[in-house]
Design a protein around this ligand. Structure first.
Ligand code: 5RP
Length: 226
């Protein structure tokens, strides 16, 4: 699986050209893309500026010598490459397994060409085999949890390695929803958008343009139907 992630990471780096503002995703697959991009910057003198979607990715990019800017200091992002936890047949997806969904969605929303890189295990006909991460503010978190329980979403709190409630880069917590099959991702996304206390959720509906998939047969590219 690791070499499939590396394969798609290297492939995605080919989509970057001189002068671009590039969004750098978060996670083990995105890290291979950042590594490949760093190599191109160093070896080919690729002239880019990047914005990052987590402190982790920012640290990696800095170490590789990739020039960075804040999302507030760019007019747009030309291309963003990120991983995903699950992708359905309509190219809706679930992200946030690595707890970076808020920054990832902000960067994605200013992006012209949004690309996901995944191995084939992430593809499914309908979303729901992966939990839906929901980033929430700490105030009233237990009320929100009970609300999700009542809605039948089987929520669980996300904890860190010390057994404390996980704190995201943006200082929120994560509640994961365990919904077996999501028949209407747009409806669920809208409901979460309208829920007080929810900062953002990991349903990325109708956002991605291109999905690069790694499998034992090689790399394939799925484009969103226009
Ligand atoms: C982080 C994410 C990641 O992109 C997603 O969890 C996939 O990660 P990985 O490439 O490690 O499987 O959304 O918030």
């Amino acid at each position: 699986m690791e070499n499939l992630k590396q394969l798609v990471g290297i492939k995605a780096a080919e989509f970057v050209t001189d002068g671009m503002i590039v969004g750098l995703g978060t996670g083990s697959t995105a890290a291979f893309f950042v590594e490949a991009l760093g190599r191109r910057v160093k070896e080919e003198g690729l002239d880019i500026v990047a914005v990052t979607t987590s402190h982790r990715t920012a640290d990696q990019a800095k170490a590789l010598g990739i020039p960075l800017k804040s999302i507030d200091d760019v007019t747009h992002v030309d291309v963003t490459v990120d991983g995903a936890d699950e992708v359905d047949d309509d190219l809706n997806g679930i992200k946030g397994g690595g707890a970076a969904l808020l920054m990832e969605k902000i960067v994605a929303s200013y992006t012209k060409h949004y690309i996901w890189i995944v191995d084939e295990s992430k593809l499914s006909e309908k979303l729901g085999s992966f939990k839906v991460p929901v980033e929430v503010i700490p105030y009233g978190i237990k009320q929100l949890f009970r609300q999700f329980e009542k809605a039948g979403f089987k929520p669980t709190y996300r904890y860190d390695e010390n057994g404390e409630l996980l704190v995201t880069d943006m200082k929120h917590h994560i509640i994961d929803l365990h919904i077996d099959v999501i028949h209407e991702p747009e409806k669920l996304g809208k409901l979460l958008d309208e829920t007080v206390g929810v900062v953002e959720h990991g349903l990325f509906n109708d956002m991605v343009d291109t999905v690069i998939v790694g499998s034992s047969k090689g790399v394939s590219i799925i484009e969103k139907k226009k």
